[in-house]
Design a protein around this ligand. Structure first.
Ligand code: SAH
Length: 214
């Protein structure tokens, strides 16, 4: 086996051993090469199960957390998905393998432009990336079957709850920034919302307004 194939096998093994067991999610993560989303630095750490720095002081999430969040979202190929926090674009690319359509937004223009370049180069035609403050959601494209927030909010943002279809699922890290947050799954029912606490996580904060580069 080549060194590259062996690293990828270890990558998948680490995902499984940390609880990513959904076959479709593992297949999606096998297809999307994380190294493509890490520019310049740290490419040799692309298959390690750790978050890594990207531009604008942000991070690409830990692969096992990407896997667990994607799994918790229960995406099907009929779903229109909204991701808040494009960052490197890696999570959106994983979602694009499972969903019908993915909308993703970030408050930093530079991140959105760089992610778009990768989506285009890889022919990921079902992703649309926007520069926007995702705490307001994307009213023009709402409602969504699934919403994934990849930055920590103090509470699940009201506009995002409002943009979820009945039967829809939102996964969001909730808690004060700089501490450990809880990953919450919210399911919209006919009469309201059901909340499930999944595990503890650590994300950069959801910040209101656009970045200075936007
Ligand atoms: N999903 C990304 C990692 C996200 S890091 C990946 O796969 O690489 C969190 C991202 O959320 C950062 O890029 C940050 O700029 C963005 N963010 C924070 N607050 C935001 C807001 N209000 N609206 C949109 N994006 C936001």
């Amino acid at each position: 086996m080549t060194a590259d194939a062996e690293r990828k096998m270890q990558f998948l093994y680490a995902l499984r051993s940390r609880g990513v067991t959904d076959h479709a999610v593992l297949t999606a993560m096998e297809k999307v090469d994380r190294a493509d989303f890490i520019r310049h630095y740290f490419t040799d750490r692309a298959y390690d199960d750790m978050p890594l720095p990207i531009a604008c002081g942000q991070t690409i999430s830990q692969p096992s957390v990407v896997g667990l969040m994607t799994q918790a979202l229960q995406v099907s190929n009929r779903d229109k998905v909204l991701e808040i926090g494009t960052g490197s674009g890696y999570q959106a690319a994983v979602l694009s393998q499972l969903a019908r359509r993915v909308y993703t937004c970030d408050r930093h223009r530079r991140l959105v432009i760089e992610a778009r370049e990768i989506f285009e180069a890889q022919g990921l035609a079902n992703i649309t990336a926007f520069v926007a403050d995702g705490s307001h959601g994307l009213p023009d494209q709402a409602p969504f079957d699934r919403i994934l927030v990849t930055a920590a909010a103090e509470d699940p943002p009201g506009p995002l709850l409002a943009q979820l279809k009945i039967g829809g699922i939102m996964v969001v890290p909730v808690g004060q920034s700089d501490t450990v947050q809880s990953l919450i799954r919210v399911t919209r029912t006919e009469d309201g919302f059901d909340y499930d606490e999944l595990r503890s996580v650590r994300f950069v904060p959801l910040v209101e307004g656009l970045g200075r580069d936007a």
